[in-house]
Write a protein that binds this ligand. Structure first.
Ligand code: NAD
Length: 505
């Protein structure tokens, strides 16, 4: 069986372990961002399709959740092998609809694989806790049980990795998982859907429902959905968190970001410039952990800006499938227009445009959604380009006097996803790490996405619902604890009218 993206121009849902008939009344366009051309349409699920998919997931979860942890882990191990074997193919599918370069698409599959590998350790992760002889003749133990049917709603920028942050964790812990991927690059989800049955996952445990905001609202309010994982922009994360919470669901909703890289005067500037360039312009800046603001100590700012400008001009912008491309197009024509508008606003508001990526033409791809690397100096916190999450290849330079002012600036920002500090001082790095109100911190590491056995999550407007994703927090999110207090007495134990206290121990 091949796992390439469907050849049809209509991308359909995946329900009950098989592709659904593709005769949708409502569809949305899917573009190749490098050419600007429509390459497919994706079905948008209606209420009846959603009800049928949830019903299939409810039925499948009953027996899947009751299976031994060893048997569930065996499916995860097989899925891991299949995913690794199909990584290149999946990277091609991602690049075609998203626009990112193939090596970066392979990277996102690799990070997803890491989560699958973590989930393979399920028997160990779910072994629970036991207090032997907690009172005389009594043991108390905690087991963790699946929630039921859980939903994952994912953004366009990591069409394989973010679904893989959620689904292996949810499935390993005994839940049925319904994925509602981004309608802008939907095919990666269907590739994953094709692999699960080959790994031996029972039909209905992994479902893909394509759709837009109507599908999201129907899913997060559905009576038979127990929990919602969302990753996307802050306004939608806030809405999903409020709506699903009001409907009684457990919710984790990861939102947008404005990630600051702080460059102190004692940093290795060449090294910092290399890392900032890659972290600002990689994947055309469409990463929730992209460094979009460099907070630079005034005394080295001119030197660093010169190094950054040189590097920004050297970035090779080309379609993602070209082997020497550093950076591809942005996702849609609307995204390009918005990003270029924000660059224009910076110029109007008094910032200095050092490298201007507007109007970039890529030979043979004149209709593609390309924006060139952009470097803006003397940005102030009042500027729109600073206040907005640009989500494009734009790096702002904000000049500060030193560490204290840098910390104040970063902490005043409403977002708190990731941050990095470049310095040769361990003491300064330690102080920054301890005082900064951001969930993930890099020390001389530009994009500190945690490995799969830690958990991923920002603070403030970058995460609603308190629960970070994957890793140990993922296990907790997708299970609920049950505590059993048991006694198997050799002889009769006297009943007591008072609540058990020290006397009974
Ligand atoms: P988005 O919020 O537009 O869409 C995310 C999901 O929500 C999609 O599945 C989409 O179909 C759905 N959606 C869109 N509009 C909706 C509405 N009005 N009501 C209900 N659902 C709706 O995000 P995007 O543009 O696909 O992705 C980029 C955003 O995601 C950026 O803000 C980025 O920072 C963020 N992101 C955050 C993380 C993180 O871990 N914090 C990771 C990746 C991306």
């Amino acid at each position: 069986m091949t796992t390439t993206a469907p050849e049809t121009t209509l991308i359909g849902h995946w329900v009950d372990g098989a592709p659904s008939p593709v005769d949708a009344a409502r569809t949305a366009p899917v573009y190749n961002p490098a050419t600007g051309g429509e390459i497919a349409r994706v079905a948008l699920a209606d209420a009846a399709e959603i009800d049928a998919a949830v019903a299939s997931a409810v039925a499948a979860q009953q027996s899947w959740g009751a299976l031994s942890t060893g048997k569930r882990a065996a499916v995860l191990f097989r899925f891991r092998e299949l995913l690794a074997a199909h990584a290149d193919e999946l990277a091609g599918v991602i690049s075609r609809e998203h626009g990112k370069v193939i090596s970066d698409a392979r990277g996102e599959v690799a990070r997803g694989l890491e989560v699958v590998e973590y989930a393979c350790g399920l028997p160990q992760l779910l072994k629970g806790e036991l207090s032997d002889e907690a009172a005389t003749g009594i043991e108390v133990f905690t087991t963790r049980e699946p929630l039921g049917v859980v939903v994952g709603i994912t953004p366009f920028n990591f069409p394989a990795m973010v679904p893989l942050w959620m689904s292996p964790m949810a499935i390993a812990t005994g839940n049925a998982f319904i994925l509602k991927p981004s309608e802008r690059d939907p095919s990666a989800a269907n590739v994953l859907a094709q692999l699960w049955p080959q790994a031996g996952l029972p039909d209905g445990v992994f479902t893909v429902l394509h759709g837009d905001k109507d599908a999201v609202t129907a899913l997060i309010e559905h009576a038979d959905v127990a929990a919602v994982s969302f990753v996307g922009s802050t306004p939608i994360a806030r809405y999903v968190h409020a709506t699903a919470s009001a409907a009684g669901k457990r919710v984790q909703a990861l939102g947008g970001a404005k990630n600051h890289g702080v460059i102190l005067a004692d940093a290795d500037l060449e090294d910092a410039a290399d890392h900032l360039t890659a972290a600002a312009y990689g994947s055309a800046g469409e990463r929730c952990m992209a460094l979009s603001v460099a907070v630079v100590a005034e005394e080295v700012a001119d030197e660093l800006v010169a190094l950054l400008a040189e590097r920004a001009r050297a970035v090779r912008v080309a379609p993602g499938d070209q082997p020497d491309a550093d950076m591809g197009p942005v996702i849609t024509a609307a995204a390009k227009e918005r990003i270029e508008g924000l660059i224009g606003s910076a110029e109007r508001e008094g910032a200095s445009l050092v490298v201007d990526g507007r109007g970039l033409q890529v030979d043979g791809h004149e209709e593609g959604f390309f924006v060139g690397p952009t470097l803006i100096d003397n940005v102030a916190v009042e500027h729109e380009v600073y206040r907005e999450e640009v989500f494009g290849p734009v790096l702002d330079i904000v000049r500060v006097s030193g560490l204290d002012e840098a910390i104040e600036l970063v902490n005043a920002n409403p977002y708190g996803n990731g941050t990095a500090i470049f310095t040769s001082s361990g003491a300064a790095a330690r102080e920054y790490r301890r005082r900064v109100t951001v969930g993930m911190v890099g020390v001389n590491v530009p994009i500190p996405v945690p490995v799969a056995w830690h958990s991923f999550g920002g603070w403030k407007d970058s995460l609603f619902g308190d629960s970070p994703i994957y890793g140990p927090e993922g296990i907790n999110f997708y299970t609920r604890p049950k505590v059993t207090t048991q006694r198997w007495p050799a002889r009769k134990v006297a009943a007591s009218f008072h609540f058990s206290g020290d006397g009974e121990k």
